[in-house]
Design a protein around this ligand. Structure first.
Ligand code: SF4
Length: 238
């Protein structure tokens, strides 16, 4: 991919429409950081990926590792941001946060990145409606277990709109979180139609312990260990 926009069959006018929010103003997003690394989570783990981290989040998970994204940030016009992403010459792009969907410009950003030919994934808290996300985007949706302190914010209606390419991720701090997550997976039969990821809270729950629980219970879920933290610890921008 080159820095030139890869406009694959974009019908006339769509591009302009995607560059504007519903009020007709140019779509903008507030950004904390943009960097290239290896994807550390979910189905695309290990692939070189450009990360676009949007500023702000309405949640406060107790184990949050990106609290630096809650404040500050810099405004970017969506077309300018897409060109910047394309200059990294990397096919995969992950839009993350914070909570990216808390900014209305995020929907235009996701659409524009798809139009530009990128393979786009979205990491979202699961507290906001994901139904209007461009269908070409792979949605990785958290379900907050009690140990996060934010399980009351789960928008479980999202489960009804997710498809086979999408993923749901439970971040698990302890046995109580595990049993809560296991019950929801079984009750909603999530494994039959989605990839279900179980991820231990970094330096709180041993990955091996979570692996043993999953195997003992014969759960059809995928253990996820955060690859970027194994490689670089909690170094920012990795
Ligand atoms: S939703 Fe994500 S960014 Fe927001 S507080 Fe929770 S872990 Fe942090």
């Amino acid at each position: 991919m080159t820095a030139a926009r890869l406009n694959r069959g974009d019908p006339a006018g769509l591009h302009e429409q995607a560059d504007r929010d519903p009020d007709g103003a140019p779509a903008r997003v507030k950004i904390t950081e943009i960097f290239r690394s290896l994807q550390g989570e979910a189905d695309a783990v290990g692939w070189p990926t450009v990360f676009v981290r949007l500023t702000g989040c309405p949640l406060r998970c107790v184990w949050c590792d990106t609290a630096y994204s809650f404040h500050g940030g810099e405004w970017w016009d969506v077309p300018q941001l897409v060109d910047h992403v394309l200059a990294h010459d990397t096919r995969r792009v992950c839009v993350t946060g914070g909570e990216p969907l808390a900014q209305k410009g995020c929907f235009a950003l996701l659409r524009e990145l798809c139009e530009a030919g990128c393979d786009v994934s979205l990491e979202t808290s699961g507290a906001l409606d994901v139904s209007a996300v461009d269908p070409r985007v792979v949605r990785v949706v958290d379900i907050k277990a009690p140990g996060s302190g934010e399980s009351g914010r789960n928008r479980l209606e999202n489960l009804d709109v997710l498809g086979a390419r999408d993923q749901v991720k439970f971040v698990i701090a302890d046995r109580h979180d595990y049993e809560w997550s296991r019950a929801l997976v079984r009750e909603r039969d999530l494994s039959s139609r989605l990839q279900v990821l179980f991820s231990p809270v970094w330096e709180t729950l041993a990955p091996r312990q979570l692996a043993d629980w999953i195997l003992e219970d014969r759960l059809d879920v995928r253990l996820q260990v955060q690859l970027h933290k194994l490689l670089w610890g909690e170094e920012r921008g990795r």
